[in-house]
Design a protein around this ligand. Structure first.
Ligand code: FES
Ligand code: FES
Length: 155
């Protein structure tokens, strides 16, 4: 079937198979490899992108259900060669080690803070709990999220 979608503000039309996931489309058709394939089963959160304003796990999201959807990936959040505040915060608060899980965390927080920059700590923790990281021990990721919120509030 034919699918029309918008990814990072650009419109695309392509043929998709019923079994194609959004992750397949992003990585294989659009070469947006910042979105990672960690488990392909909805467990790790590495594949998280934002669809119509909500953070979703792209590996378990069927492409065929996304007609006219507006999608943002990690490649779409920085502008004019400057990093997004959440990306800066992950660097400054050492929330990144190998970096494999990082785009998923960042897109989760991007959706969360866009919906409500004043969201409370409990909701931030709840959002972070949807993700797995094998490197950081999580504390720097929580600190990165809090720093990101401070930066966004100041913007
Ligand atoms: S790759 Fe999608 S949740 Fe792990
Ligand atoms: S930084 Fe390596 S998996 Fe999270």
């Amino acid at each position: 079937m034919e699918l029309n979608i918008i990814v990072n503000k650009k419109a695309y039309t392509f043929e998709v198979e019923p079994s194609d996931s959004l992750l397949d489309i992003l990585r294989e058709k659009l070469n947006l490899t910042g979105t990672k394939n960690g488990c392909k089963q909805g467990h790790c959160g590495a594949c998280t992108v934002v669809v119509n304003g909500k953070a979703v796990k792209s590996c378990i999201t069927k492409a065929r259900k996304l007609e006219n959807a507006n999608i943002v990936t990690i490649e779409g959040i920085s502008s004019d060669f400057s990093l997004h505040a959440i990306q800066e915060a992950f660097i400054e608060a050492t929330g990144v080690q190998c970096g494999f899980c990082t785009p998923g965390y960042i897109m989760e927080l991007y959706a969360l803070f866009n919906a409500n920059p004043e969201v409370g700590k409990e909701d931030i923790n709840k959002a972070l709990e949807k993700h797995l990281c094998r490197c950081t021990g999580y504390k720097p990721i929580v600190q990165s999220a809090m720093l990101a919120q401070q930066k966004i509030r100041k913007e």
